[in-house]
Design a protein around this ligand. Structure first.
Ligand code: HEM
Ligand SMILES: *[C@@H]1O[C@H](CO)[C@@H](O)[C@H](O)[C@H]1NC(C)=O
Ligand SMILES: CC(=O)N[C@H]1CO[C@H](CO)[C@@H](O)[C@@H]1O
Length: 546
């Protein structure tokens, strides 16, 4: 007992000494740490930190993350301290291309265990897979279905999107106008959530199995409620999974509320339902003609690839998780990744366009060159995907919104390779980093660089257009990171751009928008960062034939 108390006392004293030293002189602390730490870790001690405590304990960042100030803290620290900062004894953040994202993400450093949290049904998926090999294996099954050429030429996707735009999205917008009036007010955020979900799930599961959230607002509300009620409780299971599990198992203490697990089960059950329905449609395909737009594109590709693999490996059912759960875990991740990020980006697009009437007018005149125009008509159709994809102004407006309001603005953690590595811009200070150190970069911080993006805090689509110098443009491209980079870059980015372009074109071919209420439009401090207020009130006004 005595030894326990005295060692506790000694620890406490040591901690006070460190705390004292760190306040008094970070430099003394650094040299002391250098003496105390083994050589491979010493270099870490010379990296600047937002707090001297970062040198000796992960608790500082735990505290910051728990109080939802992670993005803001990392951004401020890079602005003050430069492109490499230390966040914990075994954690750093980088904010540069050479010696930064190029090495870490382009070089294929493996994901940190932090991502394991994103598995569903207790089964990993492509996004949550940590190591290189199983990830590459799964990616081979899926990347073709999301490639640019597939997305831009997919007949099912084109028809599905057309049906959703003309039969659900535009009728909804027109229905918000009071009778005999050509202007109305609405909160557009839920509609954008609903539309991205309807399009994404139509492509994944087929339109008859996917969601119908635009026309069924009570279903949308229920889904958004269970989806969002989990936000704010990710800290313990994600940052301290062993502690969370241990506390539950050994002490019977829950570190996050029970309803989070219940919400997860409800979302999983809903996904399972869409999988079963897609499976049924595929089964019918054997016996009757299923229209091309009714095919569950992603579902059928993935289930065929997994089936082929099972045949190859023999039916070693004991070892593998239930195949039904493998598919559902994968597709639940896609639908979540697909609707959430695109919904957020579209909300900021409408926000910025509503505040910039001149840019909105330019966009509209570009959209009106599309043939056919995306306006209600007796024989509605969408212009070709390649035509809309190559509209320069539409592209610039979206790109600039992805830059200034990245839906995933904060850190994307990876781990340095076992053999260690050198990080930091080559023309400035570089550091030798030992293996197994958590390292991340953040889109929000990369995109705030004034030297690369002139007047970076302003929304200026023109920076991506016309007579930008070749060199500057290339530099901006290197620093643009809304979809990440390297082998774990967003696999759904072409689908995201595809749906965002059609949705935006549908709005601005028919309406003018202005902001009515944007209180709380700032992004929350989270991995996926929606507006804090969950709303964007706008005025819609029909565009008169001019
Ligand atoms: C504006 C829309 C989108 C943005 C900004 C976005 C952003 C990102 C980012 C930054 C990553 C890397 C995250 C990390 O490593 O921490 C990522 C990965 C991923 N995204 Fe997206 N995404 C978008 C839309 C979509 C869509 C529509 C899908 C639909 C399938 C999708 C599916 C995925 C998947 C499966 C991954 C994991 C890829 C892998 O690990 O290989 N995303 N996304
Ligand atoms: C839209 O979806 C996001 C999740 O991406 C959620 O945080 C938000 O609450 C939803 N917005 C509305 C208005 O329902
Ligand atoms: C880099 C980054 O994402 N920074 C944002 C983190 O979140 C805060 C809001 O709490 C924003 O103000 C930062 O811009």
């Amino acid at each position: 007992m005595l030894t326990f108390t005295s060692s506790l006392l000694a620890l406490l004293l040591l901690f006070i000494l460190f705390a004292f030293l760190s306040i008094l002189s970070p430099r003394v602390l650094t040299s002391l740490l250098d003496i105390l730490t083994p050589p491979p870790l010493r270099s870490l001690n010379s990296i600047p930190t937002p707090s001297p405590l970062c040198h000796i304990t992960p608790l500082y960042m735990h505290y910051i993350r728990h109080s939802k100030r992670e993005n803001a803290t990392i951004e401020a620290a890079h602005q003050k301290l430069g492109p490499v900062i230390r966040l914990g004894p075994r954690e750093i953040s980088v904010n540069c291309v050479k010696g930064g994202i190029r090495e870490v993400y382009g070089g294929g450093y493996e994901k940190s265990c932090w991502y394991a949290f994103f598995g569903n049904f207790g089964v990993p998926n492509m996004f949550s897979t940590i190591s290189h090999k199983p990830h590459a294996h799964r990616k081979r099954m899926l990347s073709n279905i999301y490639s640019k050429s597939t997305i831009l030429s997919s007949a099912p996707l084109h028809t599905q999107t057309s049906n959703i735009i003309y039969n659900r999205f535009l009728p909804y917008l027109f229905s918000t106008l009071p009778e005999n009036s050509d202007s109305g007010i609405l909160n557009i955020f839920p509609l954008l959530n609903a539309t991205t979900m309807d399009i994404t799930t139509a492509y994944i599961f087929g339109p008859s199995s996917g969601s119908d959230f635009i026309r069924k607002p009570e279903k949308l509300d229920r889904f958004l409620h269970i989806y969002a009620c989990r936000f704010g409780f990710t800290f313990f299971p994600q940052e301290l999974p062993q502690l969370t599990e241990g506390a539950r198992k050994w002490l019977g203490v829950r570190l996050y509320p029970e309803f989070v697990d219940e919400a997860n089960r409800e979302i999983e059950a809903w996904t399972r339902g869409m999988c079963q329905s897609a499976e049924r449609v595929l089964g019918e395909k054997e016996t009757r003609n299923v229209r091309v737009e009714d095919v569950p594109v992603v579902y059928s590709q993935l289930s065929a690839a997994l089936e082929k693999e099972r045949k190859k490996n023999g039916d070693d059912v004991e070892k593998v998780p239930d195949p039904v759960n493998v598919i559902a875990s994968e597709l639940l991740d896609h639908l979540a990744a697909g609707f959430e990020t695109s919904g957020i980006t579209l909300t900021y697009l409408v926000y910025e366009l509503s505040r910039h009437p001149d840019i909105q007018a330019k966009l509209r005149s570009e959209l009106l060159t599309l043939a056919p125009a995306i306006v209600p008509s007796p024989a509605p159709g969408l212009p070709d995907a390649k035509d809309i994809d190559t509209l320069p102004f539409l592209h610039a407006v979206i790109w600039e919104t992805l830059r200034l309001h990245s839906a995933i603005p904060g850190p994307q953690p990876r781990v340095t390779p076992a053999s260690g590595c050198q990080l930091g811009p080559p023309d400035s200070t570089t550091y030798w980093i030992p293996g197994g150190v958590r390292v991340s970069a953040s889109a929000g911080v990369l995109h705030a660089n004034d030297e690369v993006f002139e007047r970076a805090d302003q929304w200026r689509p023109e920076r991506w257009l016309g007579d930008v110098e070749e060199e500057r443009r290339k530099e901006m491209d290197r620093w643009f990171w809304a979809f990440g980079s390297g082998g774990r870059m967003c696999v759904g980015r072409h689908l995201a751009l595809y749906q965002m372009k059609y949705i935006l074109a549908a709005i601005y071919s028919n309406f003018k928008t202005t902001v009515i209420d944007d209180a709380g439009i700032e992004q929350s401090d989270a991995y996926t960062a929606p507006p804090k207020s969950d709303k964007l009130m706008i005025r819609l006004e029909c565009v008169k034939d001019e």
